[in-house]
Design a protein. Structure first.
Length: 436
């Protein structure tokens, strides 16, 4: 009997893993946008037709995506799973759109044996030559929307953004931005609905964007690890500030982000004055709320750099949000300047940058302080850090000006001119700074 029970448990566990690994979106949630700002009153939004629809579907909880008094974006949870195919074509007066709360994937490629000797040499991008002109400017803010940061890492002490308008831990929203005690960023993760696959810090939003996955720490170190400090690695940009925004959490299958958390993080970064935002994550599905958030940041002059995506068994196309016209899409090459085997490609690709076996900050455990990781998750922050050098060297450039400079300064790879595999070519940072 005990043996049979063990077999049943193991079989059930594997069946659960198989089903959950294919989860595309939170099954009992919807995100929606209202045409005009609304307030929630007794779990109602004040639009009769839509409120009746939510009640009919047995809503459990209704909350705003953003901590603002004037809200248009909301996420609703239901007692039962929602059949998206049966409701996706419905429309309601006063509702611009509604969508699933898609689950995005952080773009990490495991350290498989074939990658061991493929460490990327940043000389391929002429980054050391660019340091002759600038190593950064502390006025430049790079928002990293990821899994957070290990604030105690010895190589990430000098380049963290601290909100001078917020008094730490006094329980007051000193700068009146809707976030109490956000003196060093914000944690937007609140995914209690995913307790079957999530673990670590995932249940509620707070002012502690610490990393429990290491992905955000790795990305941040690539951009701006402390340099000339006799410790570990050097960052691409030595003297900028990292705005830490946590939207990614740990699960049985790796790192994930929910659309509402990620969108809120993008908007927060733009509102906090980020010059650049790095997005080392994405999904094959178009998400209107992510597109809206990226457009919001674009309108405020923020440059968004996004990972082009890692190839999956059924997709090679550039993923969202890299596919959007308001972002810069970055693919990955190896140290031989060949397209990395995992890198997505297509007509929306802007450029490529090193992304194979990139060493960076990782954990606070001594033996894991630095690790090599591969993926377009790594090529995006190399580009973001390079653009931070550009804005340090020449402040005030617009998205269009930066994109023009970026694609006209590259090292041409593949077919002459633009091609789907390398975009316009390989990032050349020295040429980027001097190509006026």
């Amino acid at each position: 009997m005990k043996i049979w029970k063990f077999i049943v448990i193991i079989l059930s566990f594997h069946l659960a893993l198989s089903a959950l690994s294919e989860m595309e979106y939170v099954p009992n949630q919807l995100i929606f946008k209202t045409s005009e700002p609304k307030e929630i009153t007794m779990n109602k939004i004040g639009l009769n037709e839509f409120d009746n629809f939510l009640e009919e579907k047995q809503l459990k909880n209704l909350k705003p995506v953003l901590n603002k008094s004037q809200n248009k974006y909301f996420v609703v949870s239901f007692n039962e799973d929602i059949d998206w195919e049966n409701i996706k074509n419905l429309s309601f007066e006063g509702i611009d759109y509604f969508q699933p709360n898609y689950i995005n994937t952080l773009f990490i490629v495991p350290n498989d044996p074939e990658y061991i000797n493929q460490q990327v040499d940043l000389e391929n991008c002429n980054i050391p030559q660019a340091w002759n002109y600038t190593t950064g400017n502390e006025e430049i803010i790079v928002g990293v929307i990821d899994s957070g940061l290990h604030f105690d890492h010895p190589d990430l002490q000098n380049n963290i953004y601290y909100n001078a308008n917020e008094i730490p831990d006094d329980g007051i929203d000193n700068d009146n931005n809707g976030y109490i005690d956000d003196y060093r960023g914000w944690d937007f993760v609140d995914a209690p609905e995913l307790n079957s696959i999530a673990f670590g810090d995932y249940t509620e939003r707070d002012n502690d964007p610490s990393d429990d996955l290491n992905h955000g720490t790795h990305v941040s170190g690539i951009i701006a690890a402390d340099t000339n400090n006799n410790e570990g690695i050097c960052g691409i940009c030595w003297n900028i500030k990292l705005l830490v925004i946590r939207a990614g959490f740990k699960s049985l299958y790796g790192g994930y982000l929910q659309d509402d958390d990620a969108a809120a993080g993008i908007i927060y970064a733009a509102d906090m004055g980020a010059d650049i935002i790095n997005l080392s994550w994405g999904d094959v599905n178009f998400s209107q709320i992510i597109a809206d958030a990226c457009y919001y940041a674009y309108q405020r002059g923020t440059i968004i750099v996004a990972s082009g995506g890692n190839i999956s068994f059924d997709n090679t196309d550039i993923m969202y949000p890299a596919k959007l016209s308001t972002t810069l899409a970055v693919g990955a090459v190896d140290k031989n300047k060949n397209l990395a085997g995992f890198s997505c490609y297509g007509p929306q690709l802007d450029i490529v940058a090193p992304g194979n076996q990139i060493i960076s900050t990782y954990d606070v455990i001594e033996e894991y302080l630095y690790q090599e990781q591969s993926g377009t998750s790594m090529s995006a922050p190399i580009t973001a850090g390079s653009l931070a050098l550009l804005l340090s060297f020449e402040p005030g450039l617009s998205f269009e000006e930066i994109r023009g400079r970026l694609i006209s300064s590259v090292i041409d790879l593949g077919d002459h001119g633009f091609d789907d595999y390398y975009g316009y070519g390989l990032l050349d940072v020295s040429s980027l700074l001097l190509n006026q």
